[in-house]
Write a new protein. Structure first.
Length: 94
Protein backbone atom coordinates (compact mmCIF):
# COMPACT_ATOMS: atom_id res chain seq x y z
CA UNK A 1 0.00 0.00 0.00
CA UNK A 2 1.24 3.48 -0.83
CA UNK A 3 1.38 5.96 2.03
CA UNK A 4 1.16 9.74 1.82
CA UNK A 5 4.24 11.54 3.08
CA UNK A 6 4.21 13.32 6.45
CA UNK A 7 4.22 16.76 4.83
CA UNK A 8 0.93 15.89 3.03
CA UNK A 9 2.39 16.56 -0.43
CA UNK A 10 0.04 15.10 -3.02
CA UNK A 11 1.27 11.95 -4.67
CA UNK A 12 0.62 11.43 -8.35
CA UNK A 13 0.81 8.49 -10.73
CA UNK A 14 4.39 9.54 -11.50
CA UNK A 15 5.35 8.68 -7.91
CA UNK A 16 4.30 5.03 -8.27
CA UNK A 17 7.02 2.48 -8.94
CA UNK A 18 6.33 -0.64 -10.98
CA UNK A 19 3.87 -2.86 -9.09
CA UNK A 20 2.79 -0.16 -6.62
CA UNK A 21 -0.79 1.05 -6.58
CA UNK A 22 -2.77 3.97 -5.31
CA UNK A 23 -6.33 5.25 -5.25
CA UNK A 24 -7.14 8.05 -7.66
CA UNK A 25 -8.37 11.13 -5.81
CA UNK A 26 -8.77 13.64 -8.64
CA UNK A 27 -7.78 14.57 -12.17
CA UNK A 28 -6.27 18.02 -12.50
CA UNK A 29 -6.68 18.30 -16.24
CA UNK A 30 -8.73 20.33 -18.70
CA UNK A 31 -12.29 19.05 -18.86
CA UNK A 32 -11.96 17.33 -22.26
CA UNK A 33 -8.79 15.47 -21.25
CA UNK A 34 -10.24 14.47 -17.87
CA UNK A 35 -13.44 13.23 -19.52
CA UNK A 36 -11.47 11.04 -21.95
CA UNK A 37 -9.42 9.49 -19.14
CA UNK A 38 -12.58 8.87 -17.12
CA UNK A 39 -14.05 7.06 -20.13
CA UNK A 40 -10.96 4.81 -20.01
CA UNK A 41 -11.55 4.02 -16.33
CA UNK A 42 -9.57 6.71 -14.49
CA UNK A 43 -12.36 7.55 -12.05
CA UNK A 44 -11.90 8.99 -8.56
CA UNK A 45 -11.85 6.10 -6.08
CA UNK A 46 -10.36 3.66 -8.59
CA UNK A 47 -7.24 1.65 -7.77
CA UNK A 48 -4.45 2.25 -10.29
CA UNK A 49 -1.32 0.09 -10.53
CA UNK A 50 1.93 1.14 -12.17
CA UNK A 51 3.11 -1.35 -14.77
CA UNK A 52 5.72 -1.03 -17.51
CA UNK A 53 7.47 2.04 -18.84
CA UNK A 54 9.35 2.91 -22.01
CA UNK A 55 13.17 2.76 -21.84
CA UNK A 56 13.38 6.48 -21.05
CA UNK A 57 10.53 6.24 -18.55
CA UNK A 58 8.00 8.03 -20.75
CA UNK A 59 5.29 6.97 -21.49
CA UNK A 60 4.36 4.69 -18.60
CA UNK A 61 1.73 1.99 -18.53
CA UNK A 62 -0.87 1.87 -15.76
CA UNK A 63 -3.41 -0.87 -15.02
CA UNK A 64 -6.91 0.39 -14.38
CA UNK A 65 -10.19 -1.54 -14.40
CA UNK A 66 -8.66 -4.55 -16.15
CA UNK A 67 -6.94 -2.54 -18.90
CA UNK A 68 -3.39 -1.33 -19.46
CA UNK A 69 -3.17 2.28 -20.56
CA UNK A 70 -0.04 4.28 -21.45
CA UNK A 71 0.15 7.88 -20.25
CA UNK A 72 2.75 10.54 -20.84
CA UNK A 73 4.59 11.73 -17.74
CA UNK A 74 3.04 15.20 -18.01
CA UNK A 75 -0.45 13.69 -17.88
CA UNK A 76 0.34 11.17 -15.13
CA UNK A 77 1.73 14.01 -12.98
CA UNK A 78 -1.72 15.63 -12.95
CA UNK A 79 -3.58 12.58 -11.62
CA UNK A 80 -3.57 12.89 -7.81
CA UNK A 81 -3.62 9.92 -5.45
CA UNK A 82 -4.90 9.55 -1.90
CA UNK A 83 -4.08 7.10 0.85
CA UNK A 84 -5.80 3.77 0.38
CA UNK A 85 -8.44 2.81 2.92
CA UNK A 86 -10.25 -0.41 3.59
CA UNK A 87 -13.21 0.72 1.46
CA UNK A 88 -13.50 -1.25 -1.80
CA UNK A 89 -12.06 0.38 -4.89
CA UNK A 90 -13.87 0.58 -8.23
CA UNK A 91 -11.55 -2.00 -9.80
CA UNK A 92 -13.13 -4.84 -11.71
CA UNK A 93 -12.17 -8.39 -10.73
CA UNK A 94 -12.94 -9.87 -14.13
Amino acid sequence: MLQLSVNRRWLTLVDLRKGEHGILDRLELPEDEARRLMELGFLPGTRITAALSAPGGDPRVFRVDGSEIALRRETAARLRLRAETSAPAHESNT
